[in-house]
Design a protein around this ligand. Structure first.
Ligand code: SF4
Length: 436
């Protein structure tokens, strides 16, 4: 059954938006058939980040297939993920799945003794048979500790979207974070998986501003998890980290709310939130940020010329959609028609939604057939959608961009602003070439 519910944004554009603000636009909420990947997909970027961790999916052959194809791993590589495949005997309760899991983990550790952290990742099949991976993680930690920590989280596709895999993973990793001593000074924690090169760029900018005590979460090594406590201010790099953000607050850390660091303006606003909280004066901030900002604007300029005035339609996929729509509108001059997101967390993205133009439809959840009807009626110049929708829409003459590419590519920060814009520009350039 399909239900349709229209409600209003809780955060009206009043003081924040200033003069000229408009009334809150309605959020269209729909529930029906959805077209999204499951949380296992996030292992593709998580396993590259924490270099001595291993992700063991407890799932079916379908799960193994998904991970293998998404990661594009060659058979002779030694990836830091695998699937403990549940056979019919496990699913039918004819074998003790816990014994089987213990045996698989023993084999894995015998072959890969350098693993320092093991994530047991739940899937639809493990959830359906109610395999308790949290108890399994405790048991395996006792058996193989203290040199190995075993954690668990769910990557199941039941009622989730793929970026929630990262959120669930980071929330579980926080269980390993020691409490910060009461006398600890103010520290900045930057939260969310970033490519190392982007992390290094941000660290250099913070250091140049005088914010020297900066930690990144997740760390590159399992043994480098920072202590968390009330002296800590945290800045999210991804809008889909709802559970992680809540856990950090429960542990005493205080959030810095900001637009997400996409494009020149988004990155400036994001850095400014930290600069303001850590007492960096305006002259220092401008001196540090200005050269990188100028580089970003130069990189954006040709893409803006190509994309200005073009309409864009976002299907819900990664939860990055409101932030990317803000970027496309403010920094590329594009015209968002609909901005769909699987879940809308107003605390995290409300400010960016308020920066979208009047008349744009913001939608949460999905009934894919109804959304396809709206997209076909609007005939946008560019449609950002999942892989499953892209080919049929291309066949109908619409230019598309795979939304998962926006998650797999380095797009944060000043030096990636041009690359991010190019991801939007490329499908249109390709179509223009094909027409000649
Ligand atoms: S976790 Fe569920 S949705 Fe994801 S691959 Fe496995 S069975 Fe499919």
């Amino acid at each position: 059954m399909t239900s349709l519910d229209i409600s209003f944004r809780e955060r009206p554009r009043t003081e924040e938006a200033g003069a000229g603000s408009v009334a809150p636009a309605p959020v269209l909420r729909q529930r029906g058939q959805r077209e999204v990947f499951c949380g296992l997909t996030s292992i593709v970027w998580l396993h590259r980040k924490i270099q001595d961790a291993f992700f063991l999916v407890v799932g079916s052959r379908t799960c193994a297939h998904l991970i293998q194809s998404a990661a594009g791993v060659m058979v002779f590589a030694e990836p830091r993920f695998a699937t403990a495949i549940m056979e019919e005997r496990d699913l039918a309760g004819m074998a003790d799945a816990n014994d089987e899991l213990d045996r698989v983990v023993d084999e894995l550790l015998a072959r890969r003794p350098n693993i320092k952290m093991l994530f047991l990742v739940g899937s639809c099949p493990s959830e359906v048979i109610k395999l308790d991976l949290s108890r399994a993680a405790q048991r395996l930690s006792r058996r193989h500790g203290p040199g190995l920590s075993v954690l668990n989280y769910s990557g199941s596709g039941i009622e989730t979207t793929f970026t929630q895999g990262e959120d669930a993973c980071l929330a579980s990793l926080l269980e390993q974070a020691p409490p910060a001593p009461a006398a600890a000074g103010e520290q900045l924690l930057v939260v969310g998986v970033l490519p190392d090169i982007v992390e290094d760029q941000f660290r250099r900018l913070f250091t140049a501003m005088g914010i020297k005590d900066v930690a990144f979460f997740p760390p590159r090594r399992a043994g480098e998890i920072p202590a968390i406590g009330p002296g800590m201010r945290f800045l999210l790099t991804q809008p889909f980290l709802t559970e992680t953000s809540q856990r950090l607050e429960d542990m005493g850390a205080r959030p810095l709310r900001a637009p997400f660091p996409f494009g020149s303006q988004g990155t400036t606003d994001w850095l400014r939130a930290a600069a303001t909280a850590f007492g960096v004066d305006n002259a220092t901030f401008e001196a540090v940020v200005q050269p990188a900002q100028a580089r970003a604007q130069r990189a954006l300029a040709p893409h803006r010329r190509a994309l200005e005035g073009k309409s864009i339609f976002f299907f819900p996929d990664s939860q990055l959609e409101p932030s990317l729509a803000r970027f496309a509108y403010e920094e590329l001059g594009m015209r968002p028609i609909e901005v769909g997101t699987p879940y809308l967390n107003r605390d995290l993205v409300g400010a960016e939604i308020d920066r979208l133009p009047a008349g744009v439809t913001v939608s949460e959840g999905q009934d894919v057939d109804l959304q396809l009807d709206r997209c076909r009626a609007a005939r946008p110049d560019l449609t950002v959608c999942g892989l499953g929708l892209a080919n049929p829409l291309e066949a109908e003459g619409l230019a598309t961009k795979w939304s998962i590419e926006l998650v797999f590519s380095p797009i944060h920060g000043f030096d990636q602003a041009g690359d991010l814009a190019n991801l939007f520009a490329r499908p249109l350039a390709r179509r223009a070439k094909l027409r000649f």
